[in-house]
Design a protein. Structure first.
Length: 284
């Protein structure tokens, strides 16, 4: 029940995207799971009247064609059968539209190893897919393995985190994993001094959200433990992921978001860009 059945993996010829494909293969049950690998050639924005433009267009297509050839080799190594597609257009739009049109239940993308602020931005294509897709999105760092053994689940009592909780419990039960539930109180440092009663109430509510998710997991036969942290949400979540050596973060996100929200950077986008492990974004 918890495992994904139709998976769309985006490859661009980079090692990070192929690494993500290999990681998904290790989780997939090929008898029940269907994997489609898509390469999307972005539109050429130069002058089409220039001499030699055909060579330029061929050069633009080459990494995506090589990526699909590499994906075919991975399929042979894994004893799997992938469907391979080469499309042209704006990559984020093609990926999200294809996922909708063919009713995939998971989109998988790789994340290159970046440093500093660039890392938090993930990459425009990945960020836009996260922001606009209706489907769950798994982002895999190029130096991380894909596993469900130790799952970190942030919860805040919202309907979005509730859906992530349901999916995390389902996946943990399916793969025999353990759930680590965290509630984070993200308020200014001077808030406690100015409004201690409200702050105490926030602590109690946060503990309640975490306890509820943990109890639901235990009732489903899933091992679980809870944590409460105070501070900037994405930073505390990433710190806890390292501290607990988790294998994946599963978190909820709004459905399609406006471009303004996307560019401002949501917690989900920041966590996806900075986390040391794969991040699975659950969409409502």
């Amino acid at each position: 029940m918890g495992r994904y059945k139709k998976i769309l993996v985006a490859v661009d010829g980079s090692e990070s995207s192929l690494h993500a494909l290999r990681g998904v293969c290790r989780l997939a049950d090929f008898e029940e799971c269907h994997i489609t690998v898509v390469g999307v050639v972005p539109p050429y924005e130069g002058d089409l009247s220039l001499v030699g433009v055909k060579n330029v267009l061929a050069a633009v297509r080459q990494p995506f064609e090589l990526g699909l050839s590499a994906a075919k080799e991975i399929a042979q190594e894994e004893g799997a059968l992938f469907r391979l597609i080469l499309e042209e257009g704006e990559p984020d739009r093609v990926i999200t539209d294809l996922a909708d049109a063919e009713n995939f239940d998971l989109i998988v993308m790789g994340r290159k190893g970046k440093h500093g602020i660039e890392k938090a931005l993930v990459g425009s294509v990945t960020a836009r897919v996260i922001g606009f897709s209706r489907k769950d999105v798994l982002v895999v760092p190029e130096d991380a393995s894909v596993s469900m053994d130790r799952i970190l689940l942030p919860t805040d009592g919202s309907k979005y985190s509730n859906e992530a909780t349901c999916k995390a419990i389902d996946l943990a039960r399916s793969y025999g994993g353990m759930l680590k539930v965290v509630s984070i109180i993200d308020v200014p440092t001077n808030f406690f001094a100015e409004a201690p009663d409200i702050y105490d109430n926030m602590i109690k509510r946060a503990r309640g959200f975490g306890e509820d998710a943990k109890d639901r997991a235990l009732s489903a036969g899933v091992r679980a433990e809870g944590f409460v942290r105070e501070g900037t949400a994405y930073k505390k979540l990433i710190d806890l992921a390292r501290e607990q050596d988790v294998h994946i973060i599963i978190m909820g996100s709004h459905g399609r978001t406006g471009l303004r929200r996307l560019l401002m950077g949501s917690v989900a986008e920041r966590v996806t860009g900075l986390a040391p492990c794969p991040v699975l974004i659950i969409k409502s």
